[in-house]
Design a protein. Structure first.
Length: 288
């Protein structure tokens, strides 16, 4: 009959090894600090034909709203509809465009993306033309979730299962847009590198396209509904010949011409539509 001593010795060694792993060489398990991390949030997303990811989010307990989850966006962006429902505008009129740091800059008390929750998150309010266009064809889409939210987490994107895994971290993201604005605007409106930055004196509410050629005018790619340009009669496909008697053959020309405008004061606007020149009058809105 074979001896069982080797098997018994192996069993004793296994038990001792398990004890060392569980309790450590000099203490008991309860003496060791136990980590109790917050559970990771698994957030489903949808992939649009454009390649954008969308998630369902709540803003100040309102919603859910469908937002684009954009890992390249430096800000969170919400449209006027969401801002009104979530009481972010505090009685202000709707904002069709407002640069960062102006009246369109708001703070969300609670932003929930699935089980991922962030408090006191900066956002901008604007009916962004690109988001509005995507929403029109693939929507409804109400805005963008960007860096101020996702930077608080260690994030994993699973494209096969279309899920985001958000593991709570300790990083508190800085105000990226504020730092970008600082970098662009130095003292007295000039950049640190000495380039002149021309702020808009007033806004028209249109999106410029390709530059003109020898006076053919700057193409109009989009016109915001209810904007000064729309009220003046500008439509997509028009070419801007001049604004307030200043040539507008390029985006640079348009910005420079706009810098001399004053909100509420009508100015002449010459356009070309289907090869025919027309003269309009536009009353700009407030800029920054």
């Amino acid at each position: 009959m074979k001896s069982r001593a080797p098997q018994i010795r192996l069993l004793i060694l296994f038990v001792l090894s398990a004890c060392l792993i569980a309790f450590g060489p000099f203490g008991k398990a309860e003496d060791q600090p136990l980590k109790d991390p917050l559970k990771a949030a698994i957030v489903p997303f949808k992939l649009l034909k454009t390649g954008h990811m969308t998630v369902e989010a709540k803003i100040n307990d309102k919603g859910p709203y469908t937002l684009i989850f954009d890992t390249g966006a430096p800000i969170n962006l919400l449209n006027n509809k969401v801002a009104k429902e979530a009481e972010l505008l505090k009685g202000k009129a709707p904002i069709f465009f407002a640069p960062y740091g102006s009246k369109g800059d708001v703070k969300i008390k609670k932003l929930e993306v699935g089980q991922g929750i962030a408090a006191d998150v900066q956002a901008a309010v604007m009916d962004h033309p690109t988001v509005s266009l995507i929403s029109k064809h693939l929507g409804p889409i109400e805005g963008i979730v960007g860096f101020p939210f996702f930077a608080r987490y260690k994030m994993t994107v699973d494209y096969r299962d279309q899920t985001l895994t958000l593991e709570p971290g300790t990083f508190q993201p800085p105000d990226v847009m504020k730092e970008m604005v600082k970098g662009l605007f130095g003292a007295e409106g000039n950049s640190k590198d000495g380039f002149k930055v021309v702020p808009s004196g007033a806004l028209l509410g249109l999106v410029p396209g390709e530059n003109g050629n020898d006076g053919s005018g700057l193409l109009v790619d989009a016109v915001k509904e209810g904007s000064p340009a729309a009220k003046a009669g500008v439509v997509v496909g028009d070419r801007l010949i001049s604004l307030n008697d200043r040539w507008t053959d390029s985006t640079t020309d348009l910005i420079l011409a706009s810098s001399y405008l004053k909100p509420g004061i009508p100015v002449p606007l010459e356009i070309s539509r289907a090869g025919k020149k027309m003269k309009l009058r536009v009353t700009p809105a407030g800029g920054f």
